[in-house]
Ligand binder design. Sequence first.
Ligand code: DGT
Ligand code: CA
Ligand code: CA
Ligand code: ZN
Length: 571
Amino acid sequence: MENVDVTRMFQQVADLLELHGENQFRVRAYRNAARTLESLPTRVAELVAHDGKSLAKLPGIGKDLAGKITEIVTTGHCAVLDELLTEIPKGLLDVMAVPGLGPKRAKAIHDVLGVSTLAALERAARTGKLHTVRGIGQLIERRVIDGIAQRRQQTGRILLAEADALVAPLLDHLRGARGLVQLEVAGSLRRRRETVGDLDLLASARPGNDLAKRFVAYPDFARILARGTTRCAGELRRGLQVDLRVVRPASFGAALHYFTGSKAHNIAVRSIARAHALKINEYGVFRGSRRIAGTTEQQVFRSVGLPYIPPELREDRGEIAAARARRLPELVELGDLRGDLQMHTSATDGRSTLAEMVAAARELGREYIAITDHTRVLRVTRGLDRKGFTRQRRLIERLNERGDPPVVLWGAEVDILEDGTLDLDEATLAELDLVVAAVHTHLEMPRVAMTERVVRALRHPHVSILGHPTSRLLGKRAPIAIDVERVIAAAADTGVLLEINAQPDRLDLDDVYARAAREAGAGLVISTDAHHVGELRYLRYGVDQARRGWCEARHIANTLPLRSLRGRLRR
Ligand code: DGT
Ligand code: CA
Ligand code: CA
Ligand code: ZN
């Protein structure tokens, strides 16, 4: 049981209590506890193992909740949650999870319209009945329709970051198998696609190994789907399938290439092999019946006259032609990045203080960071005005005077208003070290107007970066309607940098647009948009997508030393 599991259970208890119309204090107690666990640096399982007492001393967690945590960690269940779950129609849980709804609104919709399934909800929204419920406007109705459509498209796929979190303990578990030689992740997870459909693992092992036994004993499986010496499969409690293939060490490279895919890439490589009178499959590269390669992926590529192609490029999007011409890009790496140019603090909607963010960035070796809190229009985030930013400037100057890294830039994430003007006074805009402009409101504007709005903001002389350019949320919200090609052209023209937002559910720009930006000569930055110290590590997810977008270090402005970067910020 990891902290995230306990957090998820507590959040669910809170949601269900709220759905029942229970006492607000009880609801809040579970939410506060969930928040504490979420940012706890130690594993609760460890705290429970050592002594139960330290748990009860954590903020927001008393004796009662400490008992619940111990119950979850030791039994894997939470009796309160199980009981609540039996009392509620299952479909109502789906309704509650639709973006824009949540427990309170789900309850109102259920009470007024009798809606208790996703299908009924969609019908109510499409027929315009939903917004007759008190507290639900036409905008929410629209979001519900979009949210359901979006979910349908995404069903069964999970975020790359979630897949990373699920696969790590499984790999640790499998490494304990007897006779194991090599173990690697394959499939879309290895190619670092933004979402993955299932987890593909590949192992090589000696005869007499106990990998299959080890695999089926993994405690997080809800079901075992296959158990054999060459293939095992199971379904995680989270609902995700895991495939494990086991091959001989002599076939490992060929199998890794095969199961990494993509399918389109494999087909293209195989057709080159045919032209060389070779045959490639998951066991090796063959001339007639003689195996000529297969131990490593390098060998496989070499056998068809190609240099090694990094997994992120294997989508049959021109990588084979580029490899043949010896013109593969030298992809940007996490270590190339020197700074992080978007993050929030507890002055607005962040959950860590300025000092905490700076200290955490120092730990991660960042040379510079930009603090970019929100502006006024975003009421929910308690955005700052000139006075608020000026106060923050003094705090930042004081930190910088100490001379410890990172250098802290004084920035803002400024809202692009409906007409393309910016939500901050000109004097402050002119003084800031860096301005990230972004769209957060009026997301439903038609494409032409939205494009005009954003392009107008790019022409503002003090805008440095366009943040999360399509404002999508993977699995929750479709991208805004906007002509991204035109935005890219305007960015190339004005010198505004385009952000690859590294939040796992944003990844915005995505890989395809990042590549388009690169080709159009627009500069890019990779930023975490962290709202908590723990999120400063998300930078790698932005790097993954930049790599999938064929970007080299020279295309990413925050690989530059600060002095050169400043020259790129239009200040
Ligand atoms: P996913 O799971 O939808 O995120 O995407 P992948 O790429 O992981 O796809 P998956 O899990 O169906 O298969 C893993 C890899 O196995 C895939 O990338 C290439 C290889 N593969 C699967 N089926 C075929 C096939 O019919 N032909 C070829 N050439 N390769 C295949
Ligand atoms: Ca897969
Ligand atoms: Ca698979
Ligand atoms: Zn934003």
